[in-house]
Design a protein around this ligand. Structure first.
Ligand SMILES: Nc1ncnc2c1ncn2[C@@H]1O[C@H](COP(=O)(O)OP(=O)(O)OP(=O)(O)O)[C@@H](O)[C@H]1O
Ligand SMILES: [Mg+2]
Length: 258
């Protein structure tokens, strides 16, 4: 089967600090992969190496390979901006552009990509808001600021913004950690719908969430504080939560540490 993402031997640094070491994994198209593991083990760092956001941090540096549909994202001549268009990101705290309207928030990425006729832009904005299960709640106030929405609505607005440019992959770093339980379930349902069209990688501290939304689960861990984080195992989610291969995974998911 073809791989959407194929990572091999990936190590990432912040200056001289090696945050993650020698990570290899593959991700199938139209699947949800969850990253779990204790705080500081490098889940966010690894996620950000997948769309070249890591190097935006000062001292951020990567060794190894990340292929997207067989293309090396770190190859010479590859434009990091185009990589981030193909691999979008949703953050922990909803971050709509505060002074922009709901409409303009969703249209922002499209406008950067080039000129659209107004009607075409409206169509994509509507389709993206529908895709993010937000359309019915905002269709009568598209010109109001995005910052006026509830937290859960703002997160769905950020998802609408991310999917408007039709990326291949959506990276989500604890997208529900700032949300109430109802909004969390809404995002989880949405993830189930979005995986029909996108490949999704999500970091979560919520074991139930990983079990509910993902097809595959990757467990990361640190041998000791100050050591780089490593991928301990990746497998079908059902197997990770019922019969993992490594004792440390079992200990983590059953709440014995972390
Ligand atoms: N901007 C940064 N500058 C320097 N070191 C950093 C930076 N961001 C993260 N680190 C370090 O990299 C390591 C991995 O951090 P990272 O944020 O990726 O972990 P995480 O698994 O996402 O943790 P959490 O579950 O708390 O979000 C840690 O040792 C952290 O201190
Ligand atoms: Mg993190």
């Amino acid at each position: 089967m073809s791989k959407r993402i194929d990572v091999s031997g990936l190590t990432a640094y912040y200056g001289s600090h090696k945050a993650i070491e020698d990570i290899s994994m593959t991700v199938e198209p139209r699947s949800v992969t969850a990253f779990i593991g204790p705080s500081g083990c490098g889940k966010s760092t690894f996620l950000r190496t997948l769309n070249r956001m890591h190097e935006v941090t000062s001292g951020g540096r990567v060794e190894g390979k990340v292929l997207l549909d067989d293309e090396d994202l770190y190859g010479t001549g590859v434009d990091p901006v185009s990589v981030r268009r193909e691999i979008g990101m949703v953050f922990q705290r909803p971050n709509p552009f505060p002074t922009m309207s709901i409409f303009d928030n969703v249209a922002a990425g499209l406008r950067l990509n080039g000129s659209y006729k107004k009607s075409a832009l409206s169509d994509v904005v509507e389709k993206s808001l529908k895709g993010a299960n937000l359309w019915n709640e905002v269709k009568d106030r598209l010109n109001k600021p995005g910052s006026g929405l509830s937290g859960g609505q703002q997160q769905r607005l950020c998802i609408a913004r991310a999917i408007a440019v039709e990326p291949k992959v959506l990276l989500m770093d604890e997208p529900c950690s700032a949300l109430d339980p109802i909004s969390t379930l809404a995002i989880e349902d949405l993830i189930g719908e979005l995986k029909e069209r996108f490949t999704i990688v999500i970091v979560t501290h919520n074991m139930q969430q990983a079990a509910r939304v993902s097809d595959r689960t990757a467990f990361f861990n640190l041998a000791a504080v100050g050591q780089p984080g490593k991928l301990i195992e990746i497998d079908d989610t059902e197997r990770i939560f019922s019969n993992p291969s490594v004792q440390a995974t079992e200990d983590y998911i059953s709440g014995r540490f972390g």
